[in-house]
Design a protein around this ligand. Sequence first.
Ligand code: AMP
Ligand code: MG
Length: 419
Amino acid sequence: MSESSYAMVAVDEAQTIVLGQTQPLTPQAVKLADALGMVLAEPVVARDPLPPFPASVKDGYAVVAADGPGEYRVVGEATAGRVAAFTVTPGAVAYITTGAPVPAGADAVVMVEETERLPDMDGEARVRIRQQVRPGDDIRPLGVDVAAGETVLEAGAQLGPAEIGLLATVGAAEVRVHPRPRAALLSTGDELVEADEPLAPGQIRDSNRPTLAAAVTALGGVVVDLGIGRDVKADLEERIHRGLATADVLVTTGGVSMGDLDLIKPLLEERGKVHFGRIRMKPGKPLTFATVEVDGRNRLLFGLPGNPVSGLVTFYLFVAPALRKLAGHRDPHLPRIQAVLAQPLRLDAYRPEYHRATLVWDANLHGGKGGYLARSTGSQASSRLLSMRTANALLELPQAEGELPAGAVVSALWIGEML
Ligand code: AMP
Ligand code: MG
């Protein structure tokens, strides 16, 4: 076999190249209901205070604190959603519910558990107050949760459930966010058929496109399906052209090795600028990255290896950070955590390896401090998608002779929940 003409690039160097070619997508306004997982492009400031009025923390009685315990007449009821028309004067109290505006004149609330309803007298409700309270007790002052003018979310914040709630609280029904990146997916290979098609001799089902579509969706991206391309230049060209017209990122799988029908590398060279075509990593060595300018914008093209595991591992290492940067994440890298090996692992003398593992929290590790225990998913053959089943981390095994013993501490890239 002839040697690849591409220099072998280290993983971190390759990631730097990819991210250097990637710019966050131009912000646009979206409705709050569509914003889950997206990244804010500008800070959001509260216009009004929360609560917008002094509000009761409890169900009970609004009182004048200086009055102290004793029997009082109840001048009215202050309930949530209404501003009471009456005033509480010394010697009187008002019934109040949680969240209701505290009526004028009252300066504290006594919770209902510290009171006792008495029989009405002269048609007037009466109550015994048993507790001495201080001014301000059980009242949320104006703006105590959110002050007017306070920045509730900074640019770069990712919108999860709490952030969505905050936006609703401050009345931001539409927000400026970075759009969801669009990723066009193309499987290549004469042997591939769709999952619902019968297998003819020599054929296998395409697993890469469903896998990567799920990964793109899990990352908050939008999938553009380019189908299965045949190992024919014209077919691949047409599909790649279509992808570039509609997507920010084009991801192909297969056809990047050294075989005669491996057409992707030459196609990417023709179509754009190839930044690298070989990576020092296991699995995933033939990963190819190119850029092409379409309508004045840089599109990213990733030629992932065809083997299902190589494809998904290189997706996590290179495509995922690119998608995250496009989506506006300030730190696009996957989270890195530490894990303790449950069993010895053999190292590769020539390439760093991304070993698929399932991490579980083990309270006994590190002398009882606890930590993640990493169990290998078994045979790491790059064709064996079962080696990714239940994997929530890629162990970063160094390139070296020999093996790491059980109990060794390694760094790992988290590929569990990705949002
Ligand atoms: P290639 O990089 O095209 O030489 O493919 C490498 C290996 O991955 C071959 O065994 C292919 O049959 C297999 N392969 C390529 N694409 C896919 C796919 N979309 N789904 C499953 N296996 C694939
Ligand atoms: Mg192929």
